[in-house]
Design a protein around this ligand. Structure first.
Ligand code: UDP
Ligand code: MG
Length: 154
């Protein structure tokens, strides 16, 4: 059985905040039954953005990505649930909205790869590193919901 306490980092990027899509996007993720373990609004500086996207530092899109992700506040969240990394990535859709399936966040709400609304960690290892960049351990809340048996077979 999958570990119900797997955690991932989700960012609702500055375009999501500016376009008033925070509630819609959180609703889609909540609707899948994922548990919100932590959440805050934060305006990243370039140093933090560079650490978050360190895997992409050599890529041609890196400077534009850092400019964009630091251009305004974003919502950072820790989501929890079984197979949460894959669940979030599938709900977000492919990186390029041109290839994102309809029904996904990017496939329904985004057009441009450089304005694709959401980030989700791509592995549990990446999630651990990224969560530690955004949240103190004390900001991550461990709780259960009475609805959990209706969402996850116990
Ligand atoms: N990105 C971009 N141009 C590209 C590839 C990526 O602007 O050609 C941006 C895009 O915002 C993407 C982020 O860089 O979400 C990180 O890229 P990654 O391949 O990790 O995609 P993700 O994990 O976000 O789907
Ligand atoms: Mg990625």
């Amino acid at each position: 059985m999958a570990d119900n306490k797997e955690r991932t980092l989700v960012l609702l990027k500055p375009d999501a905040v500016q376009r008033g899509l925070v509630g819609t996007i959180i609703g889609r993720l909540e609707g899948r039954g994922l548990l919100i373990a932590a959440m805050k609004l934060i305006h990243m500086d370039k140093a933090m953005a560079s650490r978050h996207y360190e895997a992409h530092v050599e890529r041609p899109f890196f400077p534009g990505l850092v400019d964009f992700i630091t251009s305004g506040p974003l919502v950072a969240m820790v989501l929890q649930g079984p197979n949460v990394v894959e669940m979030v990535r599938n709900t977000m859709g492919a990186t390029n909205p041109l290839q994102s399936s309809p029904g996904t966040i990017r496939g329904d709400l985004a057009t441009d790869i450089g304005r694709n609304l959401v980030h989700g960690s791509d592995s549990l290892e990446a999630a651990q590193r990224e969560i530690a960049l955004f949240f103190e351990e004390s900001e991550i809340v461990d709780y259960s919901r009475s609805v959990d048996p209706w969402v996850i077979e116990q």
